[in-house]
Design a binder for this molecule. Structure first.
Ligand code: SF4
Length: 403
């Protein structure tokens, strides 16, 4: 992808160089280059743009079997076994677009790690929880999690374009028996109407963008009519897995429900494509504030350099790095977990070399439903009645009076 863009003549503006300084084409800025071109389409190179950019085509042509995948990547024996073995527990599906982000030859590719099952998913380790955040425990009516006083999570679908192997809601996402039917959605809306303390609703799932435009807008419209609902948040990984889903028509319609925020989930520089950049900018242009909720994952982004690269790219697309989540205790994701101390070291390495805008809040969602707890590297060396001694991002020591 990067190579394709680097060789693109559109990196330059103006006429070919005729030897004079004045006529040498202006090199485009990084911000301009981010949105140029397209990700190479691999085995779909013959698919016309009109189909490739049609989210329905992408959904219809999702890869669901080892045979489908074998046309795109060289599967390992372990991956083949895992696809079969995990099908009953948490099925596999990925859009052709997301599949093209994978390295066909590298089983350790960070996109592949997020999308292709591994046999370790079947291992349960001590401490694993089916419902790691206690969402069902705080569920007054089906589909509504009401944990904090002023906000609720509204579960509106069990479907996603790609089933992320590290998903915290594996217990119900992708499972048709957990579908949020019309009656359940009405019950959820009714609960929100009756609870005037709810001023903020997170529309989640699954991925709410798997609903049709009409169904999604109907739901957002019903929420917007509730006088005490101030903020609506749309939690979607579509900018990463299916950016084509955000058509200009849909974005126009979404802009009717402001203040509407979008929470998305980029984890790796490999996901930072021209298609994703165009999607994020189109959302920002219509006033949809997009924030990123990254999950710290072993083998995907457990390196400050990768997180920094992703986050500065996100800022260029006007998407704010919001949270860096410690992976929770969901069953079957122990292979993704990074020790907390390593997470703290990563966060410390982030602060300083880049602006604080690119440094997310590192949080752990307390097991069982305790809510988010920020994890902050310890910059304080000592403190007494007289002074606090701390170190800055370079490790230099400073003192400040205690009172
Ligand atoms: S998009 Fe979100 S809800 Fe869907 S599988 Fe991925 S992490 Fe889970």
């Amino acid at each position: 992808m990067t190579e394709a863009r680097a060789n693109d003549r559109s990196d330059f503006e103006g006429l070919p160089d005729d030897g004079t300084a004045e006529s040498f084409p202006r090199r485009k800025t990084r911000v301009e280059v981010d949105v140029i071109g397209q990700t190479p389409r691999g085995p779909w190179s013959d698919v016309p743009d009109s189909l490739w950019n049609d989210w329905r085509w992408q959904q219809r042509n999702r890869l669901r079997t080892a045979e489908d995948l074998a046309k795109v990547i060289t599967l390992t024996d372990g991956e083949r076994r895992a696809i079969e073995a995990t099908a009953g527990a948490f099925r596999m599906a990925l859009t052709p677009y997301y599949a093209t982000l994978m390295d066909p030859q590298d089983p350790d590719c960070p996109v592949r790690a997020q999308a292709i099952p591994r046999e370790v998913e079947l291992d349960k380790v001590p401490g694993d929880l089916a419902d790691p955040l206690g969402e069902e425990r705080f569920m007054p009516v089906p589909g509504i999690t009401h944990r904090y006083p002023d906000r609720v999570l509204f579960y509106v679908t069990h479907n996603c374009p790609v089933y992320c192997r590290h998903c915290t809601r594996k217990r119900k996402v992708s499972d048709p028996t957990s579908a949020a039917n019309h009656d359940q959605l009405e019950i959820g809306l009714d609960y929100i109407r009756k609870h005037e303390e709810v001023r903020d609703v997170l529309v989640s799932g699954g991925d709410p963008l798997t609903l049709s435009d009409d169904r999604l807008c109907e739901l957002l419209g019903a929420l917007r009519e509730i006088p005490h609902v101030e903020v609506i948040r749309l939690c979607t990984r579509n900018p990463v897995t299916l950016p084509q889903r955000f058509t200009p028509e849909l974005i126009d319609r979404l802009a009717n429900f402001h203040p509407l925020f979008v929470h998305t989930h980029f984890n790796s520089p490999r996901e930072c494509t021209p298609e994703a950049a165009r999607c994020l900018r189109a959302l920002a242009d219509r006033g949809l504030n997009v924030a990123n909720q990254m999950v710290l994952l072993r083998g995907v982004n457990d390196d400050a350099r990768l997180i920094r690269e992703t986050n500065v790219w996100l800022l260029r697309q006007r998407c704010r790095p919001y949270y860096l989540f410690q992976a929770d205790l969901a069953e079957g994701i122990s292979h993704f977990r990074v020790p907390v101390q390593q997470g703290l070291d990563i966060l410390r390495a982030l602060r300083g070399p880049v602006s604080g805008m690119a440094v997310p809040t590192y949080v752990i969602d307390a097991p069982g439903g305790g809510g988010k707890i920020p994890l902050v590297p310890d910059y304080i060396e000592s403190r007494d009645e007289e002074k606090v001694v701390f170190t800055n991002w370079k490790g230099d020591r400073y003192e400040y009076p205690s009172k």
